[in-house]
Write a protein that binds this ligand. Structure first.
Ligand code: SF4
Length: 249
């Protein structure tokens, strides 16, 4: 089965998603609000959040509705994230300079629930993520590239400085049920969801790069950029690719 997605697929997804995007907002709205009390706002936004297909669709809708120059800036930020991660420290393209979220109303469930999970659950997830990053370092090593360990495996400890509005945070069990209902919204577009998950590992930046360059060229570009960064300390290729990149919408 074809796994890559093209602009026509994204538009098809958006056209059929109106009801499900409303349901997504209702599900978001039934979560309590959180407040961050640490002195490093935005530190937990170092990476792109995990997201479902419907959550990706609402980000695409957001991008398409932006004025062209704003969209081009954001597209380049996503391409930068895709091409340079994990060779250098970066952050979610929506992170503002002051540490706030530039797309707060449409932040995915992963961002909304961060800090609501129990410390035990959160620390388990952090541990799994660290192991995943070690596997990533090993994979790049097989391609002959030794990633900078401290950058490639960095992962902040699960935050214990988040408070939840209302009496008590939802239990892990309740949060899992909530997440499951969000995942179920994708069932209405199961073929597109499958391609997003299998073709791009649900990575919005990888899909964006694929829309701009095609899937093969996107990965070859990434390999060449990471190699230059790690082995020559140069981001000249990254800058050149970004200058030439065109708005896929
Ligand atoms: S979407 Fe917003 S809250 Fe989520 S990681 Fe990006 S900047 Fe942070």
């Amino acid at each position: 089965m074809l796994l890559n997605l093209v602009i026509g697929d994204i538009q098809r997804g958006i056209d059929a998603a109106e009801r499900h995007l409303k349901q997504l907002q209702i599900l978001y709205g039934s979560l309590p609000e959180t407040r961050c009390h640490c002195n490093r706002p935005g530190a937990c936004c170092m990476f792109l959040p995990q997201m479902t297909w419907m959550e990706a669709i609402q980000w695409f809708q957001y991008l398409i509705d932006l004025p062209v120059t704003e969209r081009e800036t954001l597209v380049r930020k996503f391409l930068t994230f895709f091409l340079s991660n994990p060779a250098r420290r970066d952050h979610c393209p929506f992170l503002d300079d002051d540490g706030g979220c530039g797309n707060y109303a449409l932040r995915p469930f992963a961002c909304r629930a961060y800090g609501m999970w129990s410390l035990k659950w959160g620390r388990q997830q952090t541990g799994q993520s660290r192991e995943g990053k070690k596997a990533l370092v090993a994979m790049w090593r097989r391609y002959g590239i030794e990633l900078p360990e401290e950058t490639a495996t960095r992962e902040i400890d699960y935050c214990d400085q988040v408070t939840v509005s209302g009496n008590a945070p939802p239990s892990d069990d309740r949060l899992m049920k909530h997440l499951s209902r969000i995942h179920q919204l994708d069932d209405a577009q199961s073929e597109l969801k499958h391609r997003f998950e299998e073709g791009y590992q649900s990575d919005f930046s990888a899909l964006m790069a694929s829309l701009v360059w095609g899937p093969l060229k996107a990965n070859l570009n990434k390999y060449a950029v990471i190699k230059d960064m790690v082995q020559k300390g140069s981001d000249a290729r990254l800058k050149k690719l970004l200058t030439k990149a065109t708005d896929p919408f």
